[in-house]
Design a protein around this ligand. Structure first.
Ligand code: HH2
Length: 303
């Protein structure tokens, strides 16, 4: 039980508070990405060794991220941008990758909010037992009812992200009637599923790049305010994604991943000004500085 449960913008991450009030200077917060995978599109293979992963966590914290998002399976979509889709990882292997790092990070950085990026309930359960404070489900509870029950029992906030199909097999040819209202409707269903199972704190994410064309991703960003109608904290992950590459180059010849930082910051500004309260990124130091000035200039101080 937490005493902030009636305010969806004051998250209680199992004892660690996160003020996500839109338009106030406390937010957006930065969520630094730590992928313990061989094949993530941007940092695959770099942090498979637990000592390397812990060093990366140390950097993420030192650079000012409030949240560390630890993932053990890439969601890299199949297609022109990234070639073959991500390898689906068995839950035992995912637990083996994620749990020791969660344990070590929680012990070493008690003020950091540790999120586990998984859609598998057993991975979430083991991550929460190891001390994680939040679960990030890129399937928005579509693949498992058990996930909501596991998170509900822990009291942790749950991120529900919009996506289609299965991770690694995300369809590229889905026809939306209206991408913004279709994604809002789908997230409303995810919220209902979560709350019906007893999850008290839900964070919503439109899922940039998951089953959407660059044009659809840009429409979602342009109309991000529509997601505020859900009345929940909004998380956005645009970091180095293919839409940024397509805008800076073209769909056929996108800007390479390591040249997308400034483009990502452009998209981050739009998201922050539209009310996103958590920004998921690979480039923590740059995003923290960028947001510090944006927040000081654009938002009222937090009370
Ligand atoms: N994007 C990715 C993974 N998890 N979670 C949320 N909530 N929102 C996102 O936009 C999101 C996410 C993909 O990025 P990355 O982790 O860098 O790549 P990979 O899935 O290949 O590991």
């Amino acid at each position: 039980m937490n005493d902030s449960s009636d305010d969806p913008y004051l998250l209680d991450c199992r004892g660690l508070r996160l003020n996500c009030m839109p338009g106030r200077e406390a937010a957006p917060h930065v969520m630094g990405i730590l992928n313990i995978t061989p094949d993530s599109f941007s940092d695959g293979g770099r942090f498979l060794d637990p000592d390397e992963a812990l060093r990366r966590a140390e950097t993420i914290v030192a650079e000012g991220a409030r949240i560390i998002d630890i993932g053990g399976e890439s969601t890299r979509p199949r297609g022109r941008a990234y070639g073959a889709g991500a390898e689906v990882v068995g839950q035992d292997e995912e637990i083996r990758r994620v749990v020791p790092v969660v344990e070590a990070v929680v012990r070493r950085f008690p003020e950091a909010i540790v999120s586990v990026d998984t859609y598998k309930p057993d991975v979430a359960r083991r991550g929460l037992e190891a001390g994680a404070h939040m679960i990030n489900d890129v399937t928005g509870l579509r693949l498992s009812d058990e996930m909501a029950r596991v998170v509900a029992a822990s009291g942790a906030p749950l991120v529900v992200m919009h996506s289609l199909g299965r991770p690694g097999e995300m369809p590229h040819d889905h026809v939306y009637e209206d991408v913004v209202s279709d994604v809002v409707t789908s997230l409303r269903e995810s919220i209902q599923r979560a709350e019906a199972a007893g999850v008290r704190q839900v964070v919503v994410d439109p899922g940039f790049g998951f089953g959407k064309t660059p044009e659809e991703n840009l429409t979602l960003l342009r109309e991000l305010r529509a997601f505020r109608t859900l009345g929940r904290t909004v998380l956005v992950g645009v970091s180095r994604k293919s839409t940024i590459g397509a805008v800076l180059g073209s769909a056929e010849d996108p800007r390479p991943v390591d040249g997308r930082l400034f483009g990502t910051l452009g998209a981050t500004a739009v998201a922050a000004l539209a009310g996103a309260a958590i920004i998921r990124t690979h480039d923590v130091a740059e995003t923290v500085d960028f947001l510090q000035v944006l927040k000081a200039a654009a938002f009222r101080p937090s009370t």
